[in-house]
Design a protein around this ligand. Structure first.
Ligand code: CMP
Length: 138
């Protein structure tokens, strides 16, 4: 099934100059980039995006990390794109990520983990329109 998923290259990945390499990985794995933009999230945008995590002890730190510099937002599409993207990213904690995954290669900690991807069709249905309107998704 062809799906769409939201991908974020987080401030650590952008700052370290990994944007091009990460996009290349997605393209080589067969994803199509339906939309892409670079933005510097505000505190309220980051809080709203991570609303499901609002009760977690790491929430404030996560919001501060996600607003420390620009991020690259993408809508990716492809066969089973949601699970496929999570496979390519690797485990949330880079210590648990498999060899060859983006987080294994580039992430430094469970929080500063370089990329985000929608974790389910329900999340993708919330996350894609959170950042992109229908006219921006080609
Ligand atoms: P992400 O896939 O964007 O989803 C929620 C984010 O919260 C996660 O990646 C990490 O950046 C962060 N996160 C998840 N668990 C922890 C944790 N235990 N400590 C700190 N940050 C976390």
């Amino acid at each position: 099934m062809i799906e769409k998923t939201l991908s974020i290259i987080k401030p650590d990945g952008v700052k370290a100059g990994h944007t091009g390499k990460i996009i290349q990985i997605f393209e080589e794995k067969g994803f199509e980039i339906k939309s892409i933009k670079k933005v510097h999230l505000t505190k309220s945008q980051a809080e709203g995006f991570y609303y499901v995590h609002r009760e977690r002890p790491f929430f404030n730190s996560l919001v501060s990390f996600m607003t420390e510099g620009p991020v690259v937002l993408m809508v990716l599409s492809g066969e089973n794109a949601i699970a496929g993207n999570r496979e390519i990213m690797g485990a949330t904690n880079p210590k648990d990520a498999k060899e060859g995954t983006i987080r294994k290669m580039f992430a430094e900690s469970i929080e500063r983990n370089v990329v985000h991807g929608s974790d389910s069709p329900e999340s993708a249905r919330f996350e894609i329109p959170y950042f992109f309107n229908v006219f921006e998704i080609l």
